[in-house]
Each structure stands twice: as C-alpha cells, then as structure tokens.
Design a protein. Sequence first.
Length: 248
Amino acid sequence: MRIHDNTIFIPGATSGIGLALAVRLHSEGNHVIVGGRRTELLAQIARQYPGIDTVRIDVADAADVDRAAAEVLERFGGVNVLITMAGLMRAENLRDRGFLPTAVTEVHTNILGPLRLVSAFVEHIVAQPQATIITVSSGLAFTPMATTPTYSASKAAIHSFTDSLRLQLAGTGVEVLELAPPAVQTDLMPGQADAEWAMPLDGFVDEVMSLLPSATREILVENVKPLRFAESAGNRDDLMAALAHQAH
C-alpha cells in the first residue's frame, strides 16, 4: 500500500486501534476521514487533530451506511482507501439462550457492517487509479476464544470474505489487505486496556505502519502469528484452552 498521499475513510475509528491508526496515517501525509456513531467523540477528534475530518456513521444500520457513504463521496470525492475498522466484542454464555441478542448485535456490526461498507464504496474504489481496501479481522479468526464465540466467528467470516474479495478484484488495481490484530491494549473488552497479556497500542501501530508498504495479503504483527498459524503448528487446541483460561 502506498503510505502517503491517500484519501482514507476509516469508519469505527473514534477510539482504540482505529483512532491510533488514523492519527498515524494522517501524520504520514494522508487525508483521513474518521467515521463513528458518537458525535461528541467525532467533535473531540476534530478539535484534537486538526486536518482529520469526521463523518457520523452507524455501520449496523444499512440506511445510515448508504447516507454516510454518499456524504463521504460528495465531500471527499477522491477517497481511494477504505479501512473497515468497526467491531464489537462481548462475552457470551452459550448455555444460556439469552446469548442470542448479543450475538445478533455483533453479527450486524462485525459482519454486515464491513459488507455494507464494501458494497457502498467498491464501485468508487475500483474507479480510482490506485486504491486499497483493508478489512480488519483478528487473531481469533484463526484460533477462537471460547468466551467470545460470535466475535471469533465473525472475524473468521471477515477473513473468508476478504480472500474472496481479493480474488474478485484481481486485475482492477485495487489492493485488498486484511489486518489481523492480536489482543491490543484498548477498551475492546473490560480490563484489556491495562492487561499485561495485551500488546501496547503504540507498539502495535508502529509495527503495522512498518508492514503496510510491503503487505500483499495479510498484515500480521509478530504477536498475532502464534494465533494465525496455530493449526499448521499443531497447537491450536492448546492455545484455545489457554485463551479460555485467560478470560477467567
């Protein structure tokens, strides 16, 4: 991916990995547009980081994605990079039928959200002379955590979808990349922001930025590789058991 002189839309970037990546990409000479549901956070980002633009968007709402996409393309017509960052992660007890509402919410955000975004932007992106679509999965797409089953499954779906998207866009000039983070010190889950088992946010973004220029398929920091390649290494069951224990 070209690391500068892009116009980049990042929905779901009002905090955590998304915001940190948006700020770093902006500092590299890109025009960055951050999307999110909460207008107060968007206003705060605009004040704190002059030059970063913001657009309200709820990726769980199909009509709102269409509305926001039209706004983005009208205001910033040269968008050539889309990073589908939005995601929710919640614990679920599959022995209790009450897990279903949480699961449905995660599916709407984590699977349908990125699909809606790709649908809304793909024709515009394909028409750009140099463009990139980056989806965001997780190390848990490959080695799931039993306490967050729908999140893990949703990220596996995004991995599969990204592989198909890459093949269908072959020959168009659009790069399709998949960012698969490990656990990073953010507020994605309670207690994760300060957890010793999670990777420091700054270190994660440093490594991602160093990998972006040469990435061709997946963007994998060193910390995520044990999860990504556990099946081929033959220790996937052991890692799943360790993840389940870590969550308690």
